[in-house]
Design a protein around this ligand. Sequence first.
Ligand code: CA
Length: 231
Amino acid sequence: MTGSGGRPLVLVVEDDLRYVRQLRADLGVGDFRTVFAGTGARGLDEAMADAPAVVLLDLGLPDVGALCVLERLRKVCEAPVVAMTLAEDDEGIARALEAGADDYLAKPFDLDQLLGRLRAVLWRAPAGAWPPFESDGLSIDFATAEVRVAGRPVGLSASEFRLLRFLARNRDRVFRPAQLVEEVWGPEYAGDQHLARVYVRRVREKIERNPADPRHLVTRPGVGYVLRKHG
Ligand code: CA
């Protein structure tokens, strides 16, 4: 992963202009940088030119077989690959996963499905795929799980760190308590909304100068919580 701004680069290999347009809009919402390639050959060139954090690969490309592209991608870059295919193409999905795709996305997909899939593979990717989060004295190193406030290390429990990491990777997006619990603790905890409130309070006590008037982990009344990125 290279480039400025700390935003992960997504390489999209897709020839269908409808999906190119949708992905351009959706990935902008998700705060990803993007590069598009309309053929497998272009995709491989782009993968070598600027190491992407993740590759979205259409399984129906006009020039070369997508599985061939997938094999070659595996040799030229370490990025996880998400295969895009039609929902009914079970065989295509199975072959892509066998050939080394990390995940798949069935078309048509919506914004939440796309961003969810990307976050899942980036989460599993080598930690270096996410640059540290830095905002007004708060710094989070995803590779070492180290959190600092004004340069001083802060000790967080595993759950506190997972919550903070999720919000930092989705900075400036507001999450309802139920959504946060599901994302951080898993769907089986989805009913326990109080977990979000309890852990938000604990994290605030550790990262905020004034937990009663938070500057980083902010409440949007009636909606939920957001980690703001300053500067
Ligand atoms: Ca296609």
